[in-house]
Design a protein around this ligand. Structure first.
Ligand code: R5P
Length: 280
């Protein structure tokens, strides 16, 4: 059976539609003090939990679903389409937690294996105590892009060039370049510089693994080289779009945003369900 987390109901349904296992009805109630209670149905060989951990409540819900699933299924698989806290994958000062490790350890206790989609760094998989696999949704980000003449695909930094190249390869045409980041030796502040490629008059596609506050992407769009681009598209695997990110992007000159359903938003026009199902 497929068990949907509250934040991943459409994606869980799409995964269930591609597998012989049923989408289960999960009963959700609350105790008088506000604490969450849930109940899963009985009798399955395997329980597949599909739950993006986009909030503290979603993290807790995964642990509860796992614990309940263990009582009714022989095998538990946990799919974290978007793994929250994955970007906190190192401690910068002593006394800080490596939150990605803490979360991975907790999730490992209730599952036989883990699937996640494009974590910020694949190294995060090593924090799990059970087999963990990263599924690549990047090629699917090419699907919603319209026909673009001589497109320029841009990564916000050098680290994202591989991701961007996979999107461009799936699209089948276009140049790839990346913005430059520089750290001021005295203040330690990071600033962005334009990519070498000229964006003047061309359609531009900025690709990133996640758009959270929209700060990185907006800043990047503000550093395009050359005259006005023909159009500006933003494609990301995880469209977190927190707070006023959508407004920020629009004000920066972004014409269209595309994302996957690892985080279910209005812009989630691409489903990762087939990519996940291939690993289930
Ligand atoms: C950073 O390395 C990531 O790839 C993203 O560029 C970043 O986390 C996006 O966050 P925000 O939208 O808040 O700038």
């Amino acid at each position: 059976m497929i068990l949907a987390g509250s934040a991943s109901q459409s994606l869980a349904a799409a995964v269930a539609a591609t597998l012989p296992e049923e989408l289960a009805a999960v009963e959700r109630t609350r105790f008088a003090d506000g604490e969450f209670k849930l109940r899963v149905p009985a009798g399955a060989d395997r329980a597949v939990i599909v739950a993006s951990t986009t909030s503290p409540a979603a993290h807790l819900e995964v642990l509860q679903l796992q614990d309940a699933a263990r009582t009714v299924a022989d095998e538990v698989v946990t799919v974290l389409p978007y793994m929250g806290y994955a970007r906190q994958d190192r401690a910068f000062r002593s006394g800080e937690p490596v939150s990605a490790r803490a979360v991975a350890r907790a999730v490992s206790t209730g599952t036989d294996r883990v699937l996640t989609v494009n974590p910020h760094e694949d190294d995060v998989l090593e924090f799990f105590d059970v087999p963990a696999t990263a599924v690549d949704a990047a090629p699917r980000l090419a699907e919603p892009l319209p026909d673009l003449a001589d497109p320029l695909f841009l990564a916000p930094d050098e680290g994202a060039v591989d991701l961007v190249s996979r999107v461009r390869d799936a699209y089948g045409a276009g140049e790839v370049d990346h913005f430059r980041k520089e750290r001021d030796r005295e203040t330690g502040e990071v600033s962005m510089r334009a990519a070498d490629a000229d964006a003047g008059g061309r359609p531009v596609v900025v690709v990133d693994d996640i758009v959270a506050t929209g700060g990185t992407t907006s800043e990047a769009v503000g550093h395009l080289r050359g005259d006005d681009p023909a159009s500006v598209h933003v494609a990301c695997v995880h469209p977190m779009l927190a707070g006023d990110a959508r407004t920020r992007l629009a004000r920066a000159g972004v014409d269209a945003v595309y994302g996957t359903d690892t985080i279910e938003r209005e812009v989630s026009t691409v489903t990762v369900a087939p990519a996940l199902a291939a690993h289930l």
